[in-house]
Design a protein around this ligand. Structure first.
Ligand code: KG4
Ligand code: ZN
Length: 337
């Protein structure tokens, strides 16, 4: 079969990224322009600034990606774009840009759900096997999904309140760490011990998660100690929080491994870059003789290569989008099954 080249665009949050992916798994070129330093000044992503920066930079990101690949848009077989979920203004920049490329170069347009992109990051340099359990752990989502085949998603459980990445970011802020909080908590936790007793979360047999209780417990603890004029051991608290947050994931994954007897596990989303989390999940997988597929670090956080990988099965099925495609701030994975 002829090789399929997909040019993919990702602008759902604060990374402007474009990639060229061959046959859904070989990354020919990838450019990621992060706005992190700008937003760090404000302690979080400012949507208005994010969309303006995407607009300013996207053409340059395209040129750089094409140059790296020594290819042109006319060499592509399709244009893929993240249309949901994410910041509406940011998504719109990518969607409109992809629509223009699709129209001008007469290439089919493929719409990709950002979370499905995170799952398909595992297809790059890796083989995703089915059936598998997928843990989606990002700034906006915490979901446990069963996949029987490509684009066959069954939601087993999800967070009832905050997402795990959101909890990392909020706890980081109360500890005085810079945005994005996750990597900074991970770094600080390396210098500390798990000494603070924090509450267990949804202690039932469901597959659902909860992070707001844990987050509030950390915030209350910090405030109480401050009011008493006592010093908090930030490294110990970072370590205790990280341990509790990861424990919530491994407990639910363990139930799923036991009940479904599935032997392949993938993790997806920005929080999957956390090394402690990777180790703990690997231990649970080992216990149940399941294979854990981990995306390379570069493909854990937002990037367009994962969008190209997720677009490929849709290309094969000729599931193309119309030029009236719109961006959407919310979208479930399961509705894409
Ligand atoms: O997938 P992602 O890049 O964007 C969303 O779609 O949300 O995930 C971003 C989230 C942020 O909450 C960030 O703090 C978290 O992933 N994150 C981490 C780590 N790296 C990124 N959390 C814990 N440990 C990390 N090493
Ligand atoms: Zn993401």
């Amino acid at each position: 079969m002829k090789d399929v080249y997909i040019l993919s665009v990702e602008t759902s949050c604060d990374e402007t990224s474009i990639a060229i992916v061959k046959n859904g798994e070989d990354v020919i070129a990838l450019t990621i322009l992060t706005q992190m330093d700008t937003h760090a000044n404000f302690g979080g992503v400012i949507p208005e600034i994010a969309s303006r920066m995407h607009t300013e930079n996207i053409t340059m990101v395209l040129e750089e990606t094409l140059n790296k690949a020594h290819m042109e848009v006319k060499d592509m077989d399709a244009i893929a774009v993240t249309y949901a979920p994410g910041l509406l203004g940011s998504l719109l920049v990518g969607v409109e840009f992809a629509k223009v490329l699709s129209y001008v170069y007469d290439k089919p347009l493929i719409k990709v759900n950002h979370l499905i992109g995170h799952i398909y990051a595992n297809k790059i340099n890796n083989k995703m096997k089915f059936p598998c359990l997928a843990l989606i752990i990002s700034g906006g989502h915490t979901e446990l999904i069963k996949m029987k085949d490509d684009y066959d998603f069954e939601l087993l459980g999800e967070t009832q309140d905050d997402a795990i990445g959101e909890a990392f970011d909020k706890v980081a802020r109360v500890l005085g760490l810079k945005y994005p909080g996750g990597p900074n908590i991970e770094k600080l936790a390396l210098e500390g011990q798990n000494t603070y007793k924090l509450p267990k979360m949804v202690n039932d047999n469901s597959y659902n998660f909860s992070y707001s209780g844990l987050k509030s417990a950390v915030i209350n603890l910090v405030n109480k100690e401050k009011n008493k004029g006592l010093e908090i051991n930030k490294a110990d608290l970072a370590c205790s929080f990280q341990t509790a947050a990861v424990d919530e994931l491994t407990r639910k994954l363990e139930i799923a491994l036991k009940e479904t007897n599935i032997k392949d596990v993938i993790i997806a989303g920005g929080v999957s870059a956390n090394k402690y989390l990777r180790e703990e999940i690997a231990k649970i997988c080992h216990k149940y003789k399941a294979k854990l597929n981990l995306p390379d670090f570069i493909y854990c956080t937002d990037n367009a290569a994962m969008i190209g990988a997720a677009a490929y099965p849709l290309y094969l099925k000729k599931e193309f989008a119309d030029l009236d495609l719109n961006a959407c701030s919310n979208a479930d994975i399961v509705e894409n099954s």
